[in-house]
Design a protein around this ligand. Structure first.
Ligand SMILES: [Zn+2]
Length: 165
């Protein structure tokens, strides 16, 4: 069963069916099968009597859909593909965010001027997408914005970059 994930809106789909969101907890889930770094949960979803955890490797960004039964017994894992909708709005394609007739905001221009590598040093992928979404006036996950804001001092300390989003 193919699983896809919209990082921006935290929508997990199994075979095109959206699985209801249970919570947005970030927990250490395990080790990445590709690079062995920590895999952290992004969100928890319900599928029948199972829980499907959307998780992401903190180093290489590989995403997983990890299945548990109602007793939290591990049932298996699938690779998780990033859904189209968030890919289009993500930092990988910043030229699509101003597709409307409004000019990009100052915040967005400031954000786009920062090399992605620097952002990735401080923020998670979800937080970066949230920052781009907020700066573009799009829907974003409030929780991620709060988390990202808490890291602004770190960004300032390491790269001398000031964000105000
Ligand atoms: Zn990895």
């Amino acid at each position: 069963m193919p699983y896809t994930y919209d990082l921006l809106n935290n929508i997990l789909k199994a075979d095109e069916a959206e699985l209801p969101l249970d919570n947005l907890e970030q927990n250490l889930i395990g080790a990445c099968s590709k690079c062995n770094a920590d895999v952290i949960s992004i969100s928890y979803h319900l599928q029948d009597d199972k829980t499907v955890v959307a998780a992401r490797c903190s180093a290489c960004g590989r995403m997983y859909a990890i299945l548990y039964n109602k007793y939290w017994i591990w049932l298996g894992e699938h690779s998780l593909q990033e859904a189209e909708s968030s890919a289009r709005q993500g930092p990988d394609a910043p030229d699509t965010v101003d597709e409307g007739n409004t000019k990009p905001s100052e915040e967005l221009l400031a954000l786009q001027a920062i090399p992605l590598k620097k952002l990735e040093t401080v923020f998670t992928q979800a937080e970066i997408k949230t920052l781009f979404a907020k700066a573009s006036g799009k829907k974003y996950v409030r929780q991620y914005l709060y988390r990202a804001r808490k890291k602004y001092p770190e960004l300032r300390e390491i790269f001398d970059i000031y964000l105000n989003i």
